[in-house]
Design a protein around this ligand. Structure first.
Ligand code: PMP
Length: 373
């Protein structure tokens, strides 16, 4: 049994990514900026990985800057904007966007009762406030709710406004072939079977303002520091390995996830599933349990071999800090009962059933008021 249900926090290394990382580390460990032959070969490999990533996400390779992950990409983008630029971010952005715009001239775009941004709301904001840039994530990390980024990007283009999407949760779970239609895209390798500490930011071709990490002239002068070619190779290989399987995985995994919700509903009443009526990532369930604090659920499930989360990993540990459930106007008491389950590409029906059965066991234990077994 695989009891890991926290894939939105991070994922294990994909076997193909592991092989690619080892091969690259052994053969192409040279500094791609050095001038001898072996370094040149590493540089060629790096540029070929950039091309391959560009093909997967529908963006020209020269638009891609490799970074240390989504947090850096988001921070780098906002740091590159003029100090007085007005930015719009959705109310459910990841802390790495929310914190990056702190102190800036920023307006929050609300979400509807399903936790989704409405195109019409953005249209009004654009017409009344004329922002320089709009940032709306592609898929939410807590609820899995998909945001209408294609429509939002088109609307922004029509009005001459730049559009950024944090696609950290979309990439590797849904087809990304037309993400390149967005002006800026954030991605993170460890969310889809790559290494931690590796990611990218896609920029418009002509944008050379990025100077968040300063030093050498790497990445066309846009991000200093020796490129982590082995991790980049592993990231691209993971995405190449998963992409052809995505529609089949989406089909089978969403059924298993929905079966889990049905099972839970039969046992727990009332069970509130956040964004249940919205299109969501096939692996995610964010729910408000009818009783008991989320940390009690989490620790007891953990003892039984299941890894789940309270809200998002970036805010867990801080009880009641779900960005999404807060944006939906939940009470402080409800916030303490939020749990997030996120399965993976290979999660089986038996894994989901075992998790549901464990929820029932934990519930009985908590109701008995007894000590954990
Ligand atoms: N954005 C989103 C939507 C995320 O889910 C995460 C990871 N929790 C991040 C940004 C940060 O990613 P990283 O760990 O690569 O910095």
């Amino acid at each position: 049994m695989n009891g890991y249900f926290d894939y939105n926090a991070t994922t294990p290394l994909h076997p193909a990514a592991r092989d690619a990382w080892l091969r690259a580390s052994e053969k192409h460990w040279h500094n791609p900026s050095s001038l001898y032959r072996d370094a040149g070969l590493t540089s060629q490999q790096l540029e070929s990985a950039r091309e391959r990533l560009g093909d997967l996400i529908g963006a020209e390779a020269e638009r891609i800057v490799f970074t240390s992950g989504a947090t850096e990409s988001n921070n780098a983008l906002f740091a590159s904007l003029p100090a007085d630029a007005l930015v719009v971010i959705s109310a459910i952005e990841h802390p790495s966007v929310r914190e990056a715009v702190r102190g800036r001239n920023a307006v929050e775009l609300p979400v509807n009762a399903s936790g989704v941004v409405e195109v019409e709301e953005l249209k009004q904001l654009i017409t009344s406030k004329r922002p320089a840039l709009v940032s709306v994530m592609a898929a939410n990390n807590e609820s899995g709710a998909l945001q209408p980024w294609r429509e939002l990007a088109a609307l922004c283009r029509e009005h001459g406004v730049l559009f950024h999407t944090d696609a950290a949760q979309w990439l590797g779970k849904l087809d990304a072939a037309d993400l390149g239609d967005c002006d800026y895209i954030t991605g993170s390798a460890h969310k889809f079977g790559g290494n931690k500490g590796c990611g990218f930011l896609v920029l418009p071709k002509e944008d050379s303002r990025l100077g968040f990490i300063r030093g050498g002239p790497q990445e066309n002068g846009r991000r200093a520091g020796t490129e982590n070619y082995p991790a980049i190779e592993a990231m691209v290989t993971a995405l190449e390995a998963i992409t052809p399987r995505l529609s089949e995985i989406q089909h089978t995994q969403s059924k298993l996830r929905d079966g889990f919700i049905t099972e839970m509903r039969a046992r727990f009443e009332p069970l509130r599933v956040i964004s249940e009526s919205a299109p969501r990532l096939w692996n995610t369930v964010l729910m408000v349990m009818p009783e008991h604090d989320n940390l009690k659920w989490l620790t007891r499930l953990s003892r039984r071999g299941f890894s789940i989360s309270t809200g998002s990993a970036c805010s867990s540990g801080k009880e009641g800090s779900s960005v999404v459930v807060t944006a939906l106007g939940a009470s402080a008491e409800e916030l303490k009962r939020v749990v997030r389950i996120s399965g993976g590409w290979e999660t089986t029906e038996a894994d989901w059933q075992a998790l549901a059965a464990s929820f029932v066991e934990v519930f009985e234990e908590l109701n008995r008021g007894g000590k954990p077994q």
